[in-house]
Write a protein that binds this ligand. Sequence first.
Ligand code: TXA
Ligand code: MG
Length: 318
Amino acid sequence: MAHIGKDIEKAIRLLNDGEVIGIPTETVYGLAGNALNNDTVARIFEVKNRPSFDPLIIHTNSIKRFQNYISEIDERVYTLAEKFMPGPLTLLLPRKDIIPDLVTSGLENVAIRIPNHPLTLELLSQLEFPLAAPSANPFGYISPTNAIHVNNQLGDKIKYILDGGDCQVGIESTIVGFVDNEAIIYRKGGLSIEAIETIVGKVNVIEHSSSNPLAPGMLKSHYAPKKPLILLNKNQVIEPEKKKIAYLGFKQYNPFIPVENQLLLSPNGDFREAARHLFAYMRYLDAMDVDIIYTELLPEKELGRAINDRIRRATVKE
Ligand code: TXA
Ligand code: MG
């Protein structure tokens, strides 16, 4: 198992040596290494068991440092960055040659973000390179929102996990790209589309497909627990069956399921709280002695859209 601690010096030493470690961010934990070192980046793919056609996000600590890694940023994009970074926003921007092909899977744009977590910002400020970091889960499983989640799944493959407590946003960053000056949301996430639209106007949202060659990382089935997760429609009656059932609800218990088998994302109906709980609760129910997990969608607005995206994808098996 990996060591877990808050020792930034140790994290720096390991990263400078080309090692891969777990790091906290406000969204989910990352599996981080030197983004400019090919061997390290290859190791990230290996540890995560991730196909190499699925590119990685690079993380740095200031907009000023972007200029080392990207070739241009227009004024509107800059305004967006100034407004929401550090924060749960990832921008797709034209990369400089210093970024290895392996990081972007050969694409011309690199995904870049500034995580809003004090420990990781401090870490990044002391490194001379950006960190490539996918979510620190095995490919296809639920993203980790605390150090224990990382240790349970990847602890035997990495030496150290920097412990920054529970992730305060709880779902991954929102990914925004630009085509012909138009902003496009490639992944809904911890920054709401409504918030982005206050800066750049109306945006286009790409919905996921199971085989979109342009966005290979956006496979439909993702974030999935091992047990079947099934969506219920509003007021749908569940027939008594022999199966043991669990329920993941938004703010109200389901009358047909034993209450001790249920978790509510936010009894007050708060989207932020729901996002913060989502992945940990999926994991909890996945580990319970049940055969099947039922769930429901949230209202389709603000962070509800990003949460619903995770829930829908977790229900797909393909
Ligand atoms: O919140 C987050 O973004 C977390 C934390 C650790 O920062 N990271 C994260 O990374 O979610 P990952 O690798 O699990 O998801 C990144 C997504 C993938 O779907 C990938 O395909 C897409 O970003 N992506 C990365 N680079 C890209 C690029 N150059 N062009 C298009 N999509 C890209
Ligand atoms: Mg991921």
